[in-house]
Design a protein around this ligand. Structure first.
Ligand SMILES: [Zn+2]
Length: 113
């Protein structure tokens, strides 16, 4: 896990797959509901076995129409990974979020609008 310099918490762990725009909104407490963003589950396979499992956090309008929400994205090979990067990779440039800020953010959320 990498480190990030947080204005609130100083040097801290980083949640890597938080889009730049979502991260900016978290920093100004601009998101209050689970409805305001999308969590994509990405499952990486090594052969038939699950190798690892990540969650990608994006604003709703950053999720391309090719991606079906609420369905995990399955990565079986390099081509799948390249396709995913082509679809959403740009959103994560400059993104990532301090893990403490992110935990506070998740605790602050409601399920209603
Ligand atoms: Zn922080």
């Amino acid at each position: 896990m990498g480190l990030i310099k947080c204005k609130v918490h100083g040097e801290s762990g980083v949640v890597p797959f938080v889009s730049k725009r979502l991260s900016d909104k978290i920093a100004i407490s601009g998101i209050h509901s689970f409805k305001d963003f999308t969590v994509l589950e990405v499952i990486f396979y090594d052969g038939d076995d699950i190798f690892c499992n990540d969650k990608y956090y994006l604003l709703n309008d950053e999720v391309p129409s090719e991606i079906i929400k609420n369905k995990p994205i399955l990565i079986h090979n390099d081509e799948d990974e390249v396709n995913l990067n082509t679809l959403v990779g740009r959103s994560f440039l400059g993104g990532g979020c301090c893990i403490k800020c992110f935990n506070n953010f998740m605790k602050s959320l409601t399920y209603s609008k």
